[in-house]
Ligand binder design. Structure first.
Ligand code: SAM
Length: 292
């Protein structure tokens, strides 16, 4: 059969060498390391952007991607390449650890060494669509007695601009809220059709910002945090970008500050900068109290 004038154009091919070139470029930009097993995932998204931009071939698209001064195309592509899987109270034991072990320890150090800082600062990176930082906010309100004595700031960041828009909007599927206790669901959400809209009081408790964890210039102003949640991101990084992330976290934390990782991630394998702390609820990592 011969192709007629109206037949769709065949999808552009991406060669092995082109894949490797792209992989190296994207790794430098984001810290995300795509191995060969991700080839289908990557090709599919590259082809989608080659077609959307009308550049026609990988070669022209790659020039456009690298040279566009605004960086808009790189952002569009990054938004497509990220895996945003998350849900409320994921790895719930860490939120209990925050309330029952981490915060009491932070507060007790503050009382011994009076600090000018009267606020507890928490950084969730990556936030994805917001379920994690909002779970922190709800856990503090519902379970932490200190909430009446301490101010809390929750900053939440992600590289993906479209997922940050969804996070700010606070509208979730039934699947996303399935582990939220019924009384919390009733108190903090309203049902809109088949979805759940998070109320303004919790939405206003979290500040969302766009940050690429692998760009030192972007993390420079993120300092004086007491707790960092960095869950289910380092699995996408290689050893080098994990080590760089560990240094960023070290700089971002106050002395004695804590970092919580995802259940399959371990700071001990990444960097010697942090102490392992085994609390009854979870294993977390701590910057030394005497550190600067
Ligand atoms: C699987 S989600 C994890 C969300 C949440 N922390 C959790 O554990 O449920 C991974 C997120 O990492 C973000 N991400 C990937 N590379 C990043 C980078 N270099 N800097 C900041 N965020 C990044 C993605 O956009 C995605 O939303």
């Amino acid at each position: 059969m011969t192709a007629s004038a109206s037949s769709p154009k065949p999808a552009p091919d991406i060669t092995h060498e082109e894949f490797l070139k792209f992989k190296e470029f994207f790794y430098r930009k984001t810290g995300i390391n795509f191995d060969l097993s991700k080839r289908y995932f990557v090709d599919k998204r590259l082809i989608e952007r080659i077609e959307a931009t009308g550049t026609g071939t990988f070669r022209s698209y790659f020039v456009h991607l690298r040279l566009q001064a605004s960086g808009e195309e790189l952002q569009q592509l990054t938004n497509l390449m990220t895996v945003n899987e998350t849900y409320f109270l994921r790895e719930e034991y860490q939120f209990r650890c925050l309330v029952d072990s981490i915060l009491p320890e932070i507060v007790s150090h503050r009382s011994v060494r009076p600090s000018t800082q009267s606020t507890i600062r928490i950084w969730c990176i990556p936030s994805s669509s917001g379920e994690e930082p909002y779970s922190v906010a709800m856990s503090l309100l519902e379970r932490w007695s200190g909430i009446n004595q301490w101010d809390v700031e929750i900053v939440s960041s992600d590289i993906d601009t479209s997922i940050l828009r969804r996070a700010r909007a606070g509208r979730y599927s039934a699947r996303s809220v399935q582990y939220v206790p019924a009384p919390w669901l009733k108190k903090y959400f309203s049902k809109v059709g088949s979805e759940y809209q998070l109320g303004d009081d919790i939405r206003d408790a979290v500040e969302f910002t766009q940050v690429n964890l692998s760009e030192a210039a972007q993390t420079l102003n993120y300092r004086n945090f007491d707790v960092i949640f960095c869950r289910n991101l380092l699995i996408y990084f290689d050893d080098q970008s994990r080590a760089t992330a560990a240094e960023t976290f070290y700089e971002a934390l106050n002395p004695g500050g804590f970092i919580c990782l995802g259940h399959s991630e371990s700071m001990s394998r990444i960097s010697p900068l942090f102490k392992v702390r085994k609390f009854p609820e979870a294993i977390v990592y701590q910057k030394g109290l005497e550190a600067k």
